[in-house]
Design a protein around this ligand. Structure first.
Ligand SMILES: Cc1cc2nc3c(=O)[nH]c(=O)nc-3n(C[C@H](O)[C@H](O)[C@H](O)COP(=O)(O)O)c2cc1C
Length: 359
């Protein structure tokens, strides 16, 4: 156990980083409610991330910080993707655009105007410098860890390193590489699967199967993620050995999230009973509410360009459809359990969840 973080003024609730659906406002609200907020950096450039961190600092400035060693750092989890960017795939991207051409045509989009290139950037030298400037309490990663020198530098600043594990082997690998905690991301989870040692989807299992296996296999604290949206689920995660729990989907409809109206409506409708893993929106499997794009072209399609190159081809379709009030081409990320999604202040959602830990 890492006493300073998880004991004295223990962090139990971690608000899941959700790139594209939240900013400092949600992170600050959850922090003020007694949890740890997260700032997702995957879709921000350095300037935007600098602004988010400064805004977070300002948002919590009047708060009395817990008197524990980690609180001398900025009390937030900054989250990065750490994939290896793929080589350019002009042929694969062109073939994919050709495949999507019926959809482009029906939306009045000229395929020749559709852009290419990445939609998400991995942790970099620039990110490291920003972490040195702001010194957050936690830096977490999705898709493994960045190079060991960078991990060592972050740790030397006193920053905790967390990363998602979707299998026992990934959890053990992360522990060996020096992760201070692992996030056991069950198959129910919304958004991207954090898988990085395997591409085999048959290895991906539900939270309450994965969590006890990881707890048994590693010594570092394990944070349960995936499908946790009620006090009862929090109690279950605690009883299976979780040191803390991470919640995403249940915060998507909070007042402070930046989730679009279309996405909020889908989460609180019957549509949210049908989610699937899809690689169509980015190139990697991620869980979202089934929509027309997934029905017509996937949900998993081997022809989609590699992560994150697939992002560009769908962007104009998404823009046209959303302007017409349709979520047919939007990534409606959601976990399998959106049944507790309510339009509430994040603090209320946090308090309900935290009751499960203390009861
Ligand atoms: C809209 C959305 C965006 C997400 N973006 C990220 C991200 O940027 N980084 C990350 O590590 N995890 C991301 N995740 C996954 C969460 O960290 C977490 O594993 C998941 O939300 C837990 O399952 P739940 O959604 O059922 O609560 C995202 C999840 C959602 C729903």
């Amino acid at each position: 156990m890492h006493a300073p973080f998880f004991d004295a003024h223990s962090i139990r609730l971690v608000q899941a980083p959700m790139a594209g659906s939240q900013n400092h406002a949600l992170a600050a609200a959850v922090f003020k409610a007694g949890g740890l907020g997260s700032l997702p950096a995957a879709m921000l450039n350095a300037e935007q991330l600098h602004k988010e961190l400064s805004d977070f600092q300002r948002a919590i400035a009047s708060n009395v910080l817990p008197k524990v060693s980690w609180a001398s750092l900025l009390p937030v989890n900054v989250n990065f993707f750490c994939h290896t960017p793929p080589k350019a795939q002009p042929d694969k991207e062109a073939a994919w655009r050709l495949k999507l051409s019926p959809a482009y045509q029906s939306h009045g989009i000229d395929p020749a105007t559709v852009g290419a290139g990445p939609g998400r950037a991995p942790f970099s030298e620039e990110s490291l410098a920003l972490m040195g400037e702001f010194k957050p309490a936690v830096v977490s990663f999705h898709f493994g860890l960045p190079k060991p020198e960078w991990v060592q530098q972050l740790k030397a600043w006193g920053i905790q390193i967390w990363s998602s594990a979707t299998t026992v082997a990934e959890a053990q690998w992360l522990e060996r590489q020096g992760a201070d905690a692992v996030i056991a991301q069950g198959l129910e989870a919304g958004g991207h699967r954090g898988m990085f040692l395997t591409e085999d989807l048959s290895s991906q299992i539900g939270t309450f199967s994965l969590l006890p296996q990881i707890v048994k296999a590693v010594k570092v604290p394990v944070i349960a993620a995936g499908g946790i949206s009620s006090a009862a689920a929090v109690r279950a995660a605690k009883s299976l050995g979780a040191t803390a729990f991470q919640v995403g989907t249940a915060f998507l409809t909070s007042h402070e999230a930046t989730t679009s109206t279309l996405h909020r409506q889908a989460l609180m409708s019957e549509a949210a009973r049908h989610t699937a893993l899809t690689n169509l929106f980015s190139g990697r499997p991620a869980r979202g509410i089934v929509n027309k794009f997934m029905q017509d072209f996937g949900p998993l399609n081997p022809d989609a360009p590699d992560f994150p190159l697939a992002t560009a081809a769908v962007a104009p379709l998404r823009a046209v459809a959303e302007a017409q009030g349709s979520g047919d081409y939007s990534p409606l990320w959601s976990g399998q359990n959106a049944s507790d999604c309510e339009a509430l202040p994040a603090a209320e959602i946090a308090h309900k969840l935290l009751q499960g830990w203390s009861s």
